[in-house]
Ligand binder design. Structure first.
Ligand SMILES: *[C@@H]1O[C@H](CO)[C@@H](O)[C@H](O)[C@H]1NC(C)=O
Ligand SMILES: *[C@@H]1O[C@H](CO)[C@@H](O)[C@H](O)[C@H]1NC(C)=O
Ligand SMILES: *[C@@H]1O[C@H](CO)[C@@H](O)[C@H](O)[C@H]1NC(C)=O
Ligand SMILES: *[C@@H]1O[C@H](CO)[C@@H](O)[C@H](O)[C@H]1NC(C)=O
Ligand SMILES: *[C@@H]1O[C@H](CO)[C@@H](O)[C@H](O)[C@H]1NC(C)=O
Ligand SMILES: *[C@@H]1O[C@H](CO)[C@@H](O)[C@H](O)[C@H]1NC(C)=O
Ligand SMILES: *[C@@H]1O[C@H](CO)[C@@H](O)[C@H](O)[C@H]1NC(C)=O
Ligand SMILES: *[C@@H]1O[C@H](CO)[C@@H](O)[C@H](O)[C@H]1NC(C)=O
Length: 216
């Protein structure tokens, strides 16, 4: 009897568990006022291109966290991606910032792992196979990327060089996806302070504004 109940219970929970988002978006609360033109309800000026750029960067911090723990750049399937965007939106809503940008700017299908996303690079192993372990990102994005010294600029240059020289030539139409992978690699694998640090948010993903409570 008990076994049956447990069995039925487990079966009904299964879809929820399989498609639960593996990312913890708690870091969003620690970054505030990063782009007042997009995230302030009383703001009337907003530029969709710029707001979407900001939102994509903010979401990408979560993908970097996912890369760090799973060694996979993107999410396993569409359902998981949909639940991640939902969790992300809930987190933004709790900060009372306008959330209509999430469906406007982020398409769940874009964040699903697939061989066509930047030249068959889905995992860290794929990255090492194509770009090697000694890219300029490995040299320049490790540490101390605060905006007041050259380290940040050097890291951004390293990201640009790596995705243009090592990744994009294989298929020129993949520029945007290859740039994202290079940023995720720098943020989730190379930087010693990890995907939820100030280095990563303010330098690698250019989230400007006041950042509170982010490590280093
Ligand atoms: C966010 O800030 C709190 C302190 O207010 C800290 O305990 C927590 O570790 C921070 N989380 C992240 C992801 O940085
Ligand atoms: C929101 O915008 C208003 C008007 O521009 C400004 O006075 C206020 O300080 C802003 N709030 C935040 C949290 O940025
Ligand atoms: C919106 O922002 C983008 C990027 O910052 C800029 O290229 C574009 O000209 C802006 N559009 C308007 C209408 O201000
Ligand atoms: C992914 O999910 C969204 C939202 O449910 C849906 O609109 C879209 O068609 C799905 N895409 C695929 C490839 O299943
Ligand atoms: C290049 O990438 C685009 C976009 O991902 C894809 O549609 C196309 O099939 C790719 N071309 C080759 C030759 O792999
Ligand atoms: C940022 O870099 C400057 C110059 O190297 C250094 O003096 C400062 O301590 C750094 N700030 C942080 C928060 O690491
Ligand atoms: C995860 O980040 C830490 C630094 O916070 C780093 O030492 C570790 O190598 C990263 N993991 C992977 C798989 O890259
Ligand atoms: C972030 O700040 C840098 C340097 O101050 C500036 O060049 C860049 O345009 C800003 N990005 C956004 C999205 O505001």
């Amino acid at each position: 009897m008990t076994m049956n109940i447990i069995f039925i219970f487990s079966l009904s929970m299964l879809p929820l568990m399989i498609f639960a988002c593996p990312i913890n978006f708690g870091y969003v609360r620690n970054i505030t006022q990063f782009d007042p033109t997009c995230f302030n309800t009383s703001s009337i000026i907003s530029n969709e291109t710029q707001c979407c750029h900001t939102l994509k960067s903010l979401f990408s911090l979560g993908l970097a966290q996912h890369l760090n723990v799973s060694s996979m750049f993107l999410l396993p399937d569409n359902h998981t991606s949909v639940s991640c965007l939902k969790d992300f939106q809930v987190e933004l809503a709790s900060l009372e910032v306008p959330t209509h940008w999430v469906p406007t700017c982020l398409d769940p299908e874009y964040f699903v792992s697939s061989p066509s996303f930047c030249d068959r690079i889905e995992s860290l192993d794929d990255w090492f196979r194509i770009a090697g372990k000694k890219t300029s990102i490995d040299s320049f994005c490790k540490d101390n990327l605060n905006l007041s010294n050259n380290h940040c600029v050097n890291c951004l240059t390293a990201i640009r060089i790596t995705y243009r020289n090592d990744l994009m030539p294989i298929n020129h139409s993949n520029a945007e996806s290859c740039l994202l992978l290079a940023q995720l690699y720098a943020a989730g694998s190379v930087n010693i302070h990890g995907p939820e640090s100030k280095d990563v948010a303010s330098c690698i993903f250019q989230l400007n504004g006041t950042i509170v409570n982010m490590g280093m």
